[in-house]
Write a protein that binds this ligand. Structure first.
Ligand SMILES: Nc1ncnc2c1ncn2[C@@H]1O[C@H](COP(=O)(O)OP(=O)(O)OP(=O)(O)O)[C@@H](O)[C@H]1O
Ligand SMILES: [Mg+2]
Length: 245
Protein backbone atom coordinates (compact mmCIF):
# COMPACT_ATOMS: atom_id res chain seq x y z
CA UNK A 1 0.00 0.00 0.00
CA UNK A 2 1.30 3.44 -0.87
CA UNK A 3 0.22 6.84 0.39
CA UNK A 4 1.55 9.35 2.82
CA UNK A 5 3.70 7.66 5.45
CA UNK A 6 2.28 7.61 8.95
CA UNK A 7 4.39 9.92 11.13
CA UNK A 8 6.22 8.48 14.10
CA UNK A 9 4.68 11.16 16.25
CA UNK A 10 1.78 13.49 15.65
CA UNK A 11 0.85 15.97 18.34
CA UNK A 12 -2.18 18.22 17.85
CA UNK A 13 -3.30 21.10 20.08
CA UNK A 14 -1.66 19.50 23.09
CA UNK A 15 -2.28 21.38 26.29
CA UNK A 16 -1.03 20.44 29.72
CA UNK A 17 -2.05 22.33 32.81
CA UNK A 18 -0.59 20.85 35.98
CA UNK A 19 -2.77 20.40 39.06
CA UNK A 20 -1.40 23.57 40.63
CA UNK A 21 -2.69 25.53 37.64
CA UNK A 22 0.62 25.95 35.80
CA UNK A 23 0.23 25.88 32.02
CA UNK A 24 3.24 23.89 30.79
CA UNK A 25 2.08 23.21 27.21
CA UNK A 26 -0.19 25.55 25.35
CA UNK A 27 -1.86 24.19 22.21
CA UNK A 28 1.29 22.48 21.00
CA UNK A 29 1.43 21.03 17.45
CA UNK A 30 4.30 18.89 16.22
CA UNK A 31 4.79 16.18 13.62
CA UNK A 32 7.88 13.99 13.66
CA UNK A 33 8.09 11.99 10.40
CA UNK A 34 8.99 8.32 10.53
CA UNK A 35 12.75 7.80 10.46
CA UNK A 36 13.81 11.35 11.38
CA UNK A 37 16.47 12.35 13.86
CA UNK A 38 14.64 15.11 15.67
CA UNK A 39 15.91 17.56 18.26
CA UNK A 40 13.92 19.45 20.87
CA UNK A 41 15.67 22.56 22.15
CA UNK A 42 14.59 25.08 24.73
CA UNK A 43 15.59 26.58 28.07
CA UNK A 44 14.97 25.02 31.48
CA UNK A 45 11.26 24.88 32.10
CA UNK A 46 10.31 25.20 28.40
CA UNK A 47 8.14 22.11 28.60
CA UNK A 48 10.35 19.50 26.91
CA UNK A 49 10.06 16.85 29.61
CA UNK A 50 6.36 17.61 30.01
CA UNK A 51 5.92 17.01 26.29
CA UNK A 52 7.82 13.73 26.47
CA UNK A 53 5.91 12.61 29.58
CA UNK A 54 2.65 13.34 27.76
CA UNK A 55 3.74 11.37 24.70
CA UNK A 56 4.70 8.40 26.89
CA UNK A 57 1.44 8.61 28.81
CA UNK A 58 3.25 9.22 32.09
CA UNK A 59 1.13 12.28 32.80
CA UNK A 60 -2.50 12.96 32.04
CA UNK A 61 -2.91 15.53 29.28
CA UNK A 62 -5.41 18.35 29.70
CA UNK A 63 -6.54 18.36 26.08
CA UNK A 64 -5.32 17.60 22.59
CA UNK A 65 -4.35 14.54 20.65
CA UNK A 66 -1.13 12.51 20.57
CA UNK A 67 -0.55 9.72 18.07
CA UNK A 68 2.37 7.34 17.80
CA UNK A 69 2.60 5.71 14.39
CA UNK A 70 -1.09 6.54 14.01
CA UNK A 71 -2.10 4.96 17.33
CA UNK A 72 -3.56 6.92 20.19
CA UNK A 73 -0.80 7.39 22.76
CA UNK A 74 -2.76 5.82 25.61
CA UNK A 75 -3.05 2.57 23.68
CA UNK A 76 -0.78 -0.28 24.80
CA UNK A 77 0.45 -0.82 21.29
CA UNK A 78 1.54 2.81 21.05
CA UNK A 79 3.43 2.47 24.32
CA UNK A 80 5.28 -0.60 23.08
CA UNK A 81 6.53 1.28 20.03
CA UNK A 82 8.28 3.85 22.21
CA UNK A 83 11.48 3.53 24.20
CA UNK A 84 12.19 6.28 26.71
CA UNK A 85 15.37 7.21 28.51
CA UNK A 86 14.20 9.73 31.08
CA UNK A 87 16.05 12.83 32.17
CA UNK A 88 16.03 11.67 35.78
CA UNK A 89 17.97 8.47 36.22
CA UNK A 90 15.25 6.26 37.64
CA UNK A 91 16.78 2.85 38.20
CA UNK A 92 15.54 0.33 40.73
CA UNK A 93 18.24 0.25 43.39
CA UNK A 94 17.58 -3.38 44.24
CA UNK A 95 18.10 -4.70 40.71
CA UNK A 96 21.45 -5.43 39.12
CA UNK A 97 22.22 -4.44 35.54
CA UNK A 98 21.07 -7.68 33.96
CA UNK A 99 17.90 -7.87 36.08
CA UNK A 100 17.05 -4.29 35.16
CA UNK A 101 17.10 -5.23 31.50
CA UNK A 102 15.28 -8.55 31.97
CA UNK A 103 12.48 -6.99 34.04
CA UNK A 104 11.98 -4.35 31.41
CA UNK A 105 11.81 -7.01 28.69
CA UNK A 106 9.27 -8.95 30.73
CA UNK A 107 7.20 -5.84 31.27
CA UNK A 108 7.05 -5.32 27.52
CA UNK A 109 5.98 -8.89 26.90
CA UNK A 110 9.27 -10.34 25.63
CA UNK A 111 9.81 -14.05 26.19
CA UNK A 112 12.41 -14.94 28.79
CA UNK A 113 14.65 -16.31 26.06
CA UNK A 114 14.38 -13.22 23.83
CA UNK A 115 14.90 -10.94 26.81
CA UNK A 116 18.05 -12.84 27.82
CA UNK A 117 19.52 -12.64 24.34
CA UNK A 118 18.65 -8.97 23.97
CA UNK A 119 19.99 -8.12 27.44
CA UNK A 120 23.31 -9.72 26.50
CA UNK A 121 23.41 -7.73 23.29
CA UNK A 122 22.63 -4.48 25.13
CA UNK A 123 25.26 -5.12 27.83
CA UNK A 124 27.73 -5.78 25.06
CA UNK A 125 26.87 -2.65 23.08
CA UNK A 126 26.93 -0.41 26.16
CA UNK A 127 29.98 -2.04 27.69
CA UNK A 128 28.18 -3.17 30.83
CA UNK A 129 29.04 -6.86 30.79
CA UNK A 130 31.51 -6.66 33.63
CA UNK A 131 28.78 -4.98 35.73
CA UNK A 132 26.01 -7.46 34.93
CA UNK A 133 25.60 -8.46 38.60
CA UNK A 134 26.13 -5.01 40.07
CA UNK A 135 23.20 -3.04 41.46
CA UNK A 136 22.40 0.46 40.23
CA UNK A 137 23.66 2.40 43.30
CA UNK A 138 27.11 0.87 42.77
CA UNK A 139 27.41 2.03 39.17
CA UNK A 140 29.14 5.21 38.14
CA UNK A 141 27.02 8.07 36.77
CA UNK A 142 28.01 7.35 33.19
CA UNK A 143 27.26 3.64 33.63
CA UNK A 144 23.79 4.52 34.91
CA UNK A 145 23.20 6.66 31.82
CA UNK A 146 24.28 3.78 29.63
CA UNK A 147 22.01 1.37 31.48
CA UNK A 148 19.12 3.80 31.08
CA UNK A 149 19.70 3.83 27.34
CA UNK A 150 20.13 0.05 27.16
CA UNK A 151 16.86 -0.38 29.04
CA UNK A 152 15.03 2.03 26.72
CA UNK A 153 16.16 -0.03 23.73
CA UNK A 154 15.47 -3.49 25.19
CA UNK A 155 12.13 -4.01 23.44
CA UNK A 156 13.38 -2.62 20.10
CA UNK A 157 11.12 0.43 19.94
CA UNK A 158 10.54 2.19 16.60
CA UNK A 159 10.56 5.58 18.30
CA UNK A 160 13.31 6.27 20.80
CA UNK A 161 12.96 9.31 23.06
CA UNK A 162 16.08 10.52 24.82
CA UNK A 163 15.66 13.29 27.39
CA UNK A 164 19.12 14.82 27.83
CA UNK A 165 20.94 11.50 27.38
CA UNK A 166 24.37 13.10 27.48
CA UNK A 167 23.89 15.36 30.51
CA UNK A 168 26.88 14.88 32.75
CA UNK A 169 28.64 12.20 30.72
CA UNK A 170 32.32 12.46 29.90
CA UNK A 171 33.65 13.44 26.49
CA UNK A 172 34.49 9.93 25.43
CA UNK A 173 31.16 8.46 26.44
CA UNK A 174 29.34 11.30 24.71
CA UNK A 175 31.05 10.47 21.42
CA UNK A 176 30.27 6.81 21.99
CA UNK A 177 26.61 7.53 22.67
CA UNK A 178 26.46 9.73 19.57
CA UNK A 179 27.89 6.93 17.50
CA UNK A 180 25.42 4.44 18.89
CA UNK A 181 22.38 6.69 18.51
CA UNK A 182 23.41 7.51 14.98
CA UNK A 183 23.71 3.84 14.09
CA UNK A 184 20.28 3.25 15.59
CA UNK A 185 18.92 6.02 13.42
CA UNK A 186 20.54 4.51 10.34
CA UNK A 187 18.61 1.30 10.90
CA UNK A 188 15.37 3.28 10.55
CA UNK A 189 14.60 4.11 14.17
CA UNK A 190 13.06 7.52 14.76
CA UNK A 191 14.92 9.51 17.41
CA UNK A 192 13.56 12.36 19.49
CA UNK A 193 16.30 13.97 21.50
CA UNK A 194 16.43 16.86 23.94
CA UNK A 195 19.70 18.51 24.77
CA UNK A 196 21.17 21.76 26.04
CA UNK A 197 24.28 21.21 23.93
CA UNK A 198 23.64 23.07 20.70
CA UNK A 199 26.63 21.46 19.00
CA UNK A 200 25.08 18.10 19.78
CA UNK A 201 21.82 19.10 18.08
CA UNK A 202 23.77 20.51 15.16
CA UNK A 203 25.84 17.37 14.79
CA UNK A 204 23.02 14.84 15.10
CA UNK A 205 19.61 16.26 14.30
CA UNK A 206 18.09 16.55 10.84
CA UNK A 207 15.30 18.68 12.19
CA UNK A 208 15.09 20.87 15.24
CA UNK A 209 12.17 22.34 17.13
CA UNK A 210 12.75 25.36 19.36
CA UNK A 211 10.35 25.62 22.24
CA UNK A 212 9.78 28.07 25.04
CA UNK A 213 7.03 28.54 27.63
CA UNK A 214 5.14 25.55 26.28
CA UNK A 215 4.98 26.86 22.73
CA UNK A 216 6.67 25.94 19.50
CA UNK A 217 8.77 28.86 18.22
CA UNK A 218 10.30 27.36 15.11
CA UNK A 219 10.92 24.05 13.46
CA UNK A 220 13.39 23.41 10.64
CA UNK A 221 16.76 21.92 9.77
CA UNK A 222 19.79 23.63 11.35
CA UNK A 223 20.49 25.23 7.94
CA UNK A 224 16.89 26.34 7.58
CA UNK A 225 16.90 27.88 11.04
CA UNK A 226 20.14 29.75 10.37
CA UNK A 227 18.64 31.16 7.21
CA UNK A 228 15.31 32.10 8.80
CA UNK A 229 17.00 33.88 11.70
CA UNK A 230 19.83 35.30 9.60
CA UNK A 231 22.24 33.73 12.01
CA UNK A 232 25.75 32.32 11.60
CA UNK A 233 25.39 29.53 14.10
CA UNK A 234 22.71 27.53 15.86
CA UNK A 235 23.73 29.26 19.09
CA UNK A 236 22.97 32.57 17.40
CA UNK A 237 19.59 31.22 16.22
CA UNK A 238 18.82 30.09 19.74
CA UNK A 239 19.61 33.44 21.30
CA UNK A 240 17.57 35.33 18.70
CA UNK A 241 14.60 32.99 18.90
CA UNK A 242 14.47 33.08 22.68
CA UNK A 243 14.88 36.85 22.82
CA UNK A 244 11.98 37.33 20.42
CA UNK A 245 9.71 34.93 22.31
N1 LIG B 1 4.24 18.16 38.47
C1 LIG B 1 4.31 19.45 38.17
N2 LIG B 1 3.47 20.34 38.73
C2 LIG B 1 3.52 21.65 38.41
N3 LIG B 1 4.38 22.19 37.52
C3 LIG B 1 5.24 21.35 36.94
C4 LIG B 1 5.25 19.94 37.22
N4 LIG B 1 6.23 19.37 36.45
C5 LIG B 1 6.78 20.36 35.75
N5 LIG B 1 6.20 21.55 36.02
C6 LIG B 1 6.52 22.86 35.45
O1 LIG B 1 6.34 22.81 34.04
C7 LIG B 1 7.34 23.61 33.39
C8 LIG B 1 8.04 22.77 32.33
O2 LIG B 1 8.83 21.80 32.98
P1 LIG B 1 9.61 20.69 32.14
O3 LIG B 1 10.20 19.74 33.10
O4 LIG B 1 8.71 20.18 31.09
O5 LIG B 1 10.73 21.60 31.46
P2 LIG B 1 11.98 21.18 30.56
O6 LIG B 1 11.84 21.92 29.27
O7 LIG B 1 12.11 19.71 30.49
O8 LIG B 1 13.19 21.81 31.36
P3 LIG B 1 14.70 21.27 31.64
O9 LIG B 1 15.52 21.72 30.48
O10 LIG B 1 15.08 22.00 32.89
O11 LIG B 1 14.66 19.79 31.82
C9 LIG B 1 8.26 24.14 34.49
O12 LIG B 1 7.87 25.46 34.81
C10 LIG B 1 7.98 23.20 35.67
O13 LIG B 1 8.16 23.84 36.91
MG1 LIG C 1 13.49 18.37 31.10
Amino acid sequence: MTGPAVPALEISRLTKRYDDGFLALDGFDLVVPDGTFFGLLGPNGAGKTTLISAVCNLIRITSGDVRIFGREHTHGEARRMVGLAEQDVNLDRFLDVEETLLYHGGYYGMSRRDARARAKEMMDVFDLFSKAKVRAPKLSGGMRRRLLLARALMHEPRLVILDEPTAGVDFELRLELWRYIRRLHETGTTILLTTHYLEEAEELCEEIALIRSGRLLARDSADGLREAYEADSLADVYVKAMAAA
